[in-house]
Design a protein around this ligand. Structure first.
Ligand SMILES: Cc1cc2nc3c(=O)[nH]c(=O)nc-3n(C[C@H](O)[C@H](O)[C@H](O)COP(=O)(O)OP(=O)(O)OC[C@H]3O[C@@H](n4cnc5c(N)ncnc54)[C@H](O)[C@@H]3O)c2cc1C
Ligand code: FES
Length: 347
């Protein structure tokens, strides 16, 4: 059934965009090239807040944690959760850095394969009906039948390179089974090859910067493997990045969680240009670790390995919020310029 489409006017500007009733303001804005600030796209970070000046809207998730009671009292909404029920006028400060490289597309997709990576991490491959061009490191939203709200998952396959515009139809994600989590349980336990989902993407700003000459550091923790694998795959396949070195750190709680190396060693020139370091935080002092593994937290291991040399690296990271916060503090303490650091916080 076709949905009514409403005009969203940005107050004090000549910018407006169409938004269907079954879309959100944030995603419709990005589909129309409007640089609406955001990060998580799932109602948690609060970066997509705006103020409603005129009109009536609905919320996909009224209790979303990204909005406080004070925000609600001030007529603020979350762009990623707000749907129009008529024309709206909103107050929003756009920022060029959020302008999409590829406008997000919503497309039906079918699960075509899955494979186990570790005891709680698996890879799922989807074939999309419409091509979905993306850059290495970006993520997409997957809407599954019977699950309230889409889930954000980063692509692990390689994205497009500069100058390319023809996207493919394969989307590969690597998902950790979250105890009690509804979306991950659906993917692991219910979705079978041939089953359909809706995929909406790409989103995210932590994509591979091909034009920057610095060597690369990728730091992944837990479920943050996928976007870092995509960044590494992009680095080793981009003709513009030949010769660039890449260090890959994987932070795990236990030895059985360590993964990723098998996906890297098959990359062309990995032996000459790539290094991999596993860091295990939860092992007891008396437990012996496999040769080459480090003990401790991944942010400490990165600081001890590189120190001031981090200031000359282009740094990408993904993983749990605690890891991200510790890592950011370490990088700030070591005076790494923040425009060299790229991440989308996982929620
Ligand atoms: C940018 C980004 C990239 C990510 N990439 C990955 C990845 O590559 N691999 C991976 O394993 N995980 C990734 N995650 C985490 C992933 O999106 C899920 O949060 C995680 O898998 C837990 O989901 P769940 O459904 O199992 O748990 P649940 O506890 O059922 O759901 C948690 C998530 O669902 C949203 N949610 C819950 N209820 C509602 C509702 N009623 N309406 C709307 N939304 C709701 C929450 O915001 C939260 O994101 C990423 C998250 C973000 C923000
Ligand atoms: S709350 Fe909307 S982008 Fe995070």
């Amino acid at each position: 059934m076709s949905q009514a489409v409403h005009t969203i006017q940005l107050a004090g500007t000549d910018q407006s965009f169409p938004c269907a009733e079954n879309d959100t303001l944030l995603r419709a804005a990005l589909r129309n090239g409007i640089a609406f600030p955001y990060e998580c796209n799932v109602g948690s970070c609060g970066n997509c807040k705006f103020e409603l000046l005129e009109g009536v809207m609905a919320s996909c998730w009224p209790e979303a944690p990204g909005l406080s009671d004070k925000d609600r009292a001030r007529n603020r909404g979350l762009g990623c959760q707000s749907r129009p029920t008529g024309p709206l006028q909103i107050k929003l400060r756009t920022s060029d850095k959020y302008a999409p490289q590829f406008p997000p597309v919503r497309t039906p997709a079918k699960l075509i394969a899955s494979r186990v990576i570790t005891h709680d991490l698996s890879e799922f491959t989807f074939q999309t009906e419409a091509p979905m061009p993306f850059l290495s490191g970006q993520y997409a939203l997957i809407q599954m039948d019977g699950i309230a709200g889409p889930r954000a998952y980063s692509m692990s396959n390689v994205g497009l390179f500069s100058g390319e515009s023809q996207g493919g139809n394969l989307i590969e994600v690597q998902v950790r089974r979250v105890p009690g989590g509804q979306g991950s349980a659906h993917l692991f336990d219910h979705l079978k090859p041939g089953d359909s989902v809706e995929i909406d993407g790409p989103y995210g700003m932590a994509y591979l910067r091909e034009n920057i000459e610095r060597d690369i550091l990728c730091i992944a923790g837990g479920s943050g493997l996928a976007p870092m694998i995509s960044i590494a795959r992009g680095t080793f396949s981009s003709p513009r990045m030949a010769g660039r070195k890449l260090s890959f750190f994987y932070g795990a709680r236990a030895i059985q969680d360590v993964c990723g190396l098998d996906m890297l060693t098959t990359l062309p020139q990995w032996q000459e240009r790539g290094t991999y370091q596993a860091v295990v935080s939860g092992a007891n002092a008396e437990d012996s670790l496999p040769e080459g593994y480090l003990r401790g937290f991944v942010h400490d291991a990165v600081a001890q390995t590189f120190g001031d040399r981090l200031q000359q690296m282009e740094i990408y990271f993904a993983g749990p919020a605690m890891m991200g916060q510790s890592l950011l503090k370490t990088l700030i303490d070591l005076k790494v310029p923040m425009d060299q650091v790229h991440f989308d916080q996982f929620y």
